[in-house]
Design a protein around this ligand. Structure first.
Ligand code: HEC
Length: 212
């Protein structure tokens, strides 16, 4: 009888510990499932963060495009007064180029220093990159008679027009080197070439005869 009780209690113990193991196993399973869930939702969160980032980028791009269009519209909507102001600035800009030219010619004739010639050629190089942008449509001699001397042909052949500004740039770059290493006489020859092909190359086809 006693051994029966012992047996029974041993069986109960085994059952109890089996139950414990089962509970532990279940806990583990639950933990694993929870971890999986967490991983999955982290993944979803990451994905939606990426989508949000992409959307933000698209929005930024769209805003930039809108800005550009607004800028274009603004240019098109330049008032007559703004156009006249722009032409005045452009003429002053060209006159500054003529002053640079004179400084370099003076150097070639021994009437200016090398330093003055260097400053002038560097200014010409910088200016040559800005010429094309100073000619927005709507500022020709037809649009602003008596104010602008820019021939309408500029806008029917803008690539050629801009190309001559590039010729001026490249010629001026070479001349800058010559000012460094050559004689004033060499510079004088280069200067004739720059005037003929850089400045004159554009004024012939694209500038009206200046009055007076
Ligand atoms: C890409 C073309 C182009 C190049 C290159 C160019 N010009 Fe001009 N220039 C023009 C045009 C067009 C005008 C007329 C602008 C206007 O009236 O709105 C002009 C006008 C001028 C004027 C007249 C300003 C006035 O009193 O009305 C001078 C001076 C001048 N340019 C000097 C130069 C010199 C010097 C160079 C070279 C170092 C040069 N330009 C290079 C296109 C060019």
């Amino acid at each position: 009888m006693r051994s029966n009780i012992l047996l029974a209690s041993a069986a109960a113990l085994i059952l109890a510990s089996a139950g414990g193991a089962y509970a532990v196993a279940q806990d583990n399973a639950a933990a694993t499932a929870a971890a999986k869930d967490a991983k999955a939702s982290a993944g979803v969160a990451q994905k939606s963060a990426k989508v949000a980032e992409k959307k933000a980028k698209v929005a930024t791009k769209k805003a930039a495009v809108a800005d550009k269009q607004a800028g274009k519209a603004e240019k098109a909507a330049m008032t007559a007064a703004q156009k006249e102001g722009l032409v005045k600035d452009r003429i002053d800009f060209m006159k500054a180029q003529a002053a640079d030219n004179k400084a370099i010619n003076d150097y070639a004739k021994g009437m200016a220093t090398k330093e003055q010639a260097t400053t002038a050629i560097n200014d010409l190089i910088t200016r040559s990159t800005k010429i094309a942008a100073m000619f927005p449509a709507g500022t020709s001699s037809k649009d602003l008679p008596g104010k602008s001397n820019a021939k309408p042909e500029i806008w029917s052949d803008f690539d050629r027009f801009a190309g001559i500004a590039k010729v001026l740039h490249d010629t001026a770059m070479k001349e800058a080197e010559l000012i460094k290493t050559g004689s004033p006489e060499d510079v004088g020859k280069a200067q004739a070439d720059l005037g003929k092909n850089g400045c004159g190359g554009c004024h012939g086809p694209f500038r009206e005869k200046l009055p007076g």
